[in-house]
Design a protein. Structure first.
Length: 472
């Protein structure tokens, strides 16, 4: 999936979400900012997120030293200039519904935005009781027009039953509210990195429902969201500042290598150990859609290489073999190094490709993986073998590491220890001698005399022509 296409989708999501609620993504209130989403004022609270939309506690008599009797949740729709509020009573407390004028939103004590007498017609100012039962309710929803700007006197108030009728209101009946529709956004994509190269390749799909958390650089959690059906996520309504993202992988998934390749828009930014990105410095109004995470299911692998010195260690100068066939068999298969790939009923087959090994040195080429999670294979023992006839150049290759096939004890975790090193042993070299002589040995046998080819130790059969020296 191209980055341009991803950006188009993400920008489209922002526009849609600013006009109508989409339950697939959650953008959290960050007081004094509300959540930048819409709501329906109809008494149904299912669309509200009581974690992400929370804005303020409401205390008895507006005194923060007294008990919290209700809570305030806020959203704001930039496209219509509408503030949405939800007030819910705490457990054991009820809202007094027969005093509708006492449930209100004001600026200070004089400018009323909405109250329980505003009606319920779908147009702001709008009001609806939640859980209405006679003269009591469990809460209320409301909407009101309010311009973008900074306010220091937001006054939200309701009357409750809590051991008698009490006033429940925000602290000192005046709290800060900042509405800024030129805030920033951070996103973007979580994908299944099938070949484990840490780069978004063609055909690799996004992963839905991955938990993503946004933190301030001081480790304060700002918001939690989940990737949508295409693997995208986004946080909006963000003030300028320093943030980081943490990805929480689903069960059996692990992170891909971090910061591979030269294109930061298509690499994986999550630390494989913590799932955290680096610090994101967000400017005013900036939309930064470059924070991705590659995930893979449990993998076994990892490299087939030319062990030129026969030392069994993967030296940085020893090349990997691309284009070599590797097979995964059940433990019950009867397969050898010469029958690998020809014995039927193998579980999977792959070919070594360019890439980077999972060894500490990250060596190139000759890379193979079997994604055990995608294959749906249970833990247990398997066989991995190299089809040696696919090694190039053709000839005799001698395995220097372990055995072929190799027994794999799959435990449900990544295991990159299944490397195959080969050293080339043939074919022999055919040599034409520049000069040759022979003389009889004792008993009349002819033996060769080597002329001008010191150090030659291997000769091909049939490459020599024998002649008897004429004597005078």
């Amino acid at each position: 999936m191209s980055k341009l296409f991803k950006v188009m989708i993400a920008v489209g999501l922002i526009a849609v979400m600013l006009m109508a609620l989409n339950g697939g993504l959650v953008w959290a209130a960050n007081p004094p900012h509300p959540t930048y989403l819409t709501a329906n004022v109809n008494g149904d609270t299912s669309e509200w997120n009581l974690t992400n939309d929370w804005f303020a506690d409401m205390y008895r008599a507006a005194d923060p030293d007294k008990e919290v009797e209700s809570k305030l949740y806020l959203r704001y729709d930039c496209s219509s200039g509408t503030l949405y509020a939800l007030v819910l009573a705490e457990p054991g407390v009820t809202i007094v519904a027969n005093l509708p004028g006492d449930s209100f939103i004001k600026l200070g004590n004089s400018t009323k935005l909405v109250d329980g007498n505003s009606g319920d017609n779908g147009m702001p100012p709008d009001f609806a009781w939640v859980g209405l039962d006679g003269d009591i309710a469990s809460g209320w929803e409301a909407s009101a027009k309010l311009a973008v700007g900074s306010y220091t006197n937001l006054n939200v108030h309701t009357q409750v039953n809590d051991g008698g009728q009490q006033t429940s209101a925000v602290e000192d009946r005046a709290i800060d509210l900042v509405i800024d529709c030129n805030l920033g956004s951070i996103g973007d994509y979580v994908w299944h990195d099938v070949n484990l190269n840490g780069v978004q390749d063609s055909g690799e799909m996004g992963i839905a429902n991955v938990t993503v958390k946004l933190y301030k650089s001081d480790d304060t959690l700002i918001s939690t969201t989940w990737t949508n059906s295409s693997g995208f996520y986004i946080f909006t309504g963000l003030e300028p500042g320093d943030y980081y993202v943490q990805f929480v992988p689903p069960p059996d998934y692990d992170f891909s290598p971090q910061d591979k390749g030269t294109n930061d828009e298509v690499d994986s930014d999550a630390d494989p150990d913590t799932g955290k990105t680096g610090i994101i410095n967000l400017s005013a109004g900036e939309t930064d859609l470059t924070w991705d995470a590659g995930l893979h299911l449990c993998i076994i692998g990892d490299r087939v290489w030319n062990d030129e010195d026969g030392q069994k260690d993967q030296d940085s100068t020893e090349p990997g073999f691309n284009g070599v066939a590797v097979y995964l068999y059940p433990m019950t298969a009867t397969v050898t190094s010469t029958t690998c790939g020809t014995v039927p009923d193998y579980l999977a087959a792959t070919t070594t490709i360019s890439g980077t090994s999972q060894t500490p040195d990250g060596l190139p080429n000759g890379i193979y993986y079997f994604d055990m999670g995608t294959l749906g294979l249970p833990t247990g023992q398997y066989l991995v073998c190299v089809q040696e006839s696919t090694l190039k150049p053709a000839g005799t290759w001698i395995l220097t590491t372990g055995s072929n096939p190799r027994t794999v004890n799959y435990t449900g975790a990544d295991d990159f220890s299944f490397d195959f090193g080969y050293v080339y042993a043939g074919p022999p070299t055919v040599v034409t001698l520049s000069s040759f002589a022979a003389k009889p040995s004792a008993g009349g046998a002819i033996r060769p005399l080597w002329v001008g080819m010191a150090g030659l130790t291997v000769l091909a059969a049939g490459s020599l022509c024998w002649a008897k020296r004429r004597t005078r």
